[in-house]
Every structure is written in structure tokens, then in C-alpha cells.
Design a protein around this ligand. Structure first.
Ligand code: S3P
Length: 440
């Protein structure tokens, strides 16, 4: 693999197999969910293994602009253990009006969760982001937060989002789309609301917010897809450790599953059941996986994974299974280009991610020589021929940049991934690690 300094394109060379034993950097979703309650807590929270990507840095810089003092240690490419963040909480409702608009960068989670928090603060604020984020739908948070009493306005329901916070009242809400970000925005707003805030999910989504809030002393109840909390509870600071990011681990799991002779072990991976749908798909596709459970951190299960290749077979992922593997669908598509096949349906939500993740995925895999079809709510990959290699554009989407690289290692010729530096959003150093574990 050659990596041109200063150039956003990366050349990925074919690999015969991958081998290695890797630490996995802290989870992006969980890092946001420790940073936000920490800012609302009384006392100083220490978060170790804080996620290294730009998205979680955006959450910290927004909190700093809202008056929160944050001390960070550890460069983005430092060993996960070296990444420690200390956040001095301002107490519930204690954030201060920002001098300027808040920049969530590329991070939908930052924008949507922070909007929930700011809905309960009695000042005006504006949250914006990069071009990708400014194209993403926000009606899904504007509706419930408005029902709770806040005033929110978007640019045709897209960012920038102007928020006039107020004294909120609790609601009972059933999100129309399966979205952990929407659920979390409502629950975080509910902390500031009078009475009970209740969210009922039709389809389970990642439950990190529900697991994180009790770590900060919030009492909430969960039963049969319904989460309920009473507003006005005081949050207390905590010492927390972030598990390794299951979505990052999925990259190396896919690489190992794809190439015969591969053997990869990944340590300290978050094994929250709402995140590891990809493991059962890899197993069904033929991979050999060993899981050793570790001692949970906070309320999040962790463990080590060992992944080896097995003969690849076809997969069908339908609507009921999409939320459990939503962010891993691109890398599962990459796996299918190595043999086997993948058909995904009921995944229209992919069109509202950091890119239109269906059309950009199909375009990129085709650019590498893949046999791929686009559907309105999904796609189909037929791994009936080896990729030739070629070019693929990450289209401003970190998960696509990584998926294209994982497809490209199985091609006949080297491939070029354009705008590959977008991996920094969630996984700085991704291409260096790929080079390190790949054998020619
Ligand atoms: C996330 C939830 C999912 C996921 C995103 C992270 C989160 O988005 O795709 O990468 O941390 O809550 P939705 O809530 O839009 O489904």
C-alpha cells in the first residue's frame, strides 16, 4: 500500500492474507454518550480510551464552546490506553450560551444528541456541520423536541439547526424510524424535562445511551422496547472506560474472513448485543470466530475476537436485521466481493448516512470491478468473479473508504481510493494498520 503524504487518495494493493493481534480504539457511539452526560454532571468525569476520530473531537469542541472545561491527553493515533479525556461538568442545565454557531463537523450523532441537550437550555444556539451533515434530515429530531416545548428550525429541515431551548415537558414518543440518535436526543432532552419522558422503539437500536446514563447516577427503566426516565435528576461525575469500537473491529474481522490463511485477534472489543449483528453474519458467511468475554466496563460488555477465513457463502439481510448491522453493511458488501454474495433489503436509511450509502457503495464497488446492483432500499453484491481493481470514491463517507479498501485487497491489481482521508472521522490510522497486517 502506498500512502501519498498530503494527497487524499490511497493506493490499496492486493493481499494474500491478513494476520495480526490488534488493540481496537474506543467506540465512537459510546464516547459521545459519556462526554455529553459528563458535561451535565456535577464533578469531573474521566473517560479513558476516548474514541480517536474527528466525530468525537467535534462533540468535545462543541461542549467547550458551551463553557465546559475539557482536558485531553493522547494524539489521535496514540495507543487507545493513552487517550484520556477529563470533563468538568457544569451540572444539569448548566451549559452556557455559545458565542458562535456550534460546528458538529461530519458527526450526525453530535448534532442530534446535542440538540436534545440544548433543547432544555434556555438560550438560543445554532448547530451546523460540514457539507455532508448539512445534507442530512433533521425532521426526525425537530418533531419530538418541538413536542417537548423547544423551538427548532432548520434549513428545509437540514442543518444549520437553530434551537431556542426552554423548560421542557416529558412526552411519550415512538420514533417513526429506527434510530438510536433520535431515541437518544429525546432521552437527553428528557433529563431536562418535567415529568416522565418515555421512548418506545418498534425496532431495537443501539442502547448505549440507556446504559450510559445510569453510570452517571440517572435512574431509568427499560422493558419490552420502552425506556422511561424522570426529568430533573442530578447527574454525578464518573470514571469510565470506553470499549473498543465494534464497527472498527468489523473491518479487520471482514478482512480475515475474506482471505484464506488469515488469522486476526482483536482485543477489548465492545460486544454490546445491539452492535454485533455483523459477527453472526460473518459466521453465517463461513468465517470461523472465537469470542472470549472479558469483564464489562461501565455497563458495556467487552471481549476479544479471533477471526479466521472459511469458505464464503451467500447472505440475505432483511429489514428486521438491518438496525443490528446498520454501520457494517458496507464492509459486509466488501466481504461479498471476495466470494459468496449479499442481498440487503429494508435498508433505505442508508441513503441518509454520511453519503447516500446505497448509491455511493454501488458506484465504488463497480469502480473496483464488482458485480453489484442498486435497489431503492438496498443492494445486491454477487461475488462471482474476482475484482479487477480500479478506482472508488469514498464520497465523503468514512465507512465507504474502509469498505472499498477491504474489497480492494482481494482484487487482481492495485486500486485507488479517492478521498480516503475521510477515515479520520472514525478510524485515524486505518490504512497504516491495513498495510501492517496485510501480506502480499
Ligand atoms: C449512531 C446511530 C446510527 C448509526 C450511526 C451512529 C449513534 O444512526 O448509523 O453511525 O451513535 O447513535 P441512526 O440513529 O441515524 O440510525
Amino acid at each position: 500500500m502506498s500512502h501519498n503524504a498530503g494527497m487524499p487518495s490511497v493506493v490499496v494493493h492486493p493481499a494474500s492474507r491478513v494476520r495480526g493481534h490488534l488493540p481496537i480504539p474506543g467506540d465512537k457511539s459510546i464516547s459521545h454518550r459519556y462526554a455529553l452526560p459528563a458535561a451535565l454532571a456535577e464533578g469531573t468525569t474521566t473517560i479513558s480510551r476516548y474514541a480517536p476520530g474527528a466525530d468525537c473531537a467535534s462533540t468535545l469542541s462543541c461542549l467547550a464552546a458551551l463553557g465546559v472545561t475539557i482536558d485531553g491527553r493522547g494524539a489521535a493515533n496514540a495507543h487507545p490506553d493513552q487517550r484520556v479525556v477529563a470533563i468538568q461538568g457544569l451540572g444539569l442545565g448548566g451549559l452556557r450560551a455559545p458565542a458562535d454557531s456550534l460546528d458538529a463537523g461530519n458527526s450526525g450523532t453530535t448534532l442530534r444528541l446535542l440538540a436534545g441537550v440544548l433543547a432544555g437550555h434556555p438560550f438560543e444556539s445554532v448547530i451546523t456541520g460540514d457539507e455532508s451533515l448539512r445534507g442530512r434530515p433533521m425532521r426526525r429530531i425537530i418533531d419530538p423536541l418541538s413536542r417537548m416545548g423547544a423551538q427548532l428550525r432548520g434549513n428545509d429541515d437540514r442543518p444549520p439547526i437553530a434551537i431556542r431551548g426552554t423548560a421542557l415537558h416529558g412526552i411519550h414518543y415512538t420514533p417513526p424510524v429506527a434510530s438510536a440518535q433520535v431515541k437518544s436526543a429525546v432521552l437527553l432532552a428528557g433529563l431536562h424535562a418535567s415529568g416522565d419522558t418515555v421512548v418506545t422503539e418498534r425496532q431495537a437500536t443501539r442502547d448505549h445511551t440507556e446504559r450510559a446514563l445510569p453510570v452517571f447516577g440517572v435512574s431509568l427503566t427499560r422493558a419490552n422496547g420502552t425506556i422511561s426516565l424522570r426529568g430533573g435528576q442530578r447527574l454525578r461525575a464518573a470514571e469510565v472506560q470506553v470499549p473498543g469500537d465494534a464497527s472498527s473491529a468489523a473491518c479487520w474481522a471482514v478482512a480475515a474472513a475474506a482471505l484464506p490463511g488469515s488469522d486476526v485477534t482483536l482485543d477489548d472489543v465492545g460486544l454490546n448485543p445491539t452492535r454485533i449483528g455483523f459477527l453472526s453474519w460473518l459466521e453465517r458467511a463461513g468465517a470461523r470466530i472465537e469470542i472470549s468475554s472479558g469483564v464489562p466496563v461501565g455497563d458495556e460488555p467487552i471481549g476479544s475476537l479471533r477471526i479466521r477465513h472459511g469458505h464464503l457463502t451467500a447472505l440475505e439481510i432483511g429489514p428486521a436485521d438491518v438496525p443490528g448491522a446498520i454501520d457494517e453493511l458496507p464492509v459486509l458488501a466488501a466481504l461479498a466481493t471476495h466470494g459468496g454474495a449479499l442481498r440487503v433489503t429494508g435498508a433505505g436509511e442508508l441513503r441518509h448516512k454520511e453519503s447516500d450509502r446505497i448509491s455511493a457503495l454501488v458506484a465504488g464497488l463497480r469502480g473496483l470491478g464488482g458485480h453489484v446492483e442498486e435497489q431503492a432500499d438496498g443492494f445486491q453484491v454477487l461475488g462471482d468473479r474476482q475484482l479487477t481493481g480500479g478506482t472508488a470514491d469514498a464520497a465523503g463517507d468514512h465507512r465507504l473508504a474502509m469498505a472499498f479498501a477491504l474489497a480492494a485487497i482481494g482484487a487482481q491489481e492495485p486500486s485507488e481510493i479517492h478521498h480516503a482521508d475521510i477515515v479520520d472521522v472514525s478510524y485515524p490510522g486505518f490504512f497504516d494498520i491495513l498495510a501492517e497486517i496485510s501480506e502480499p
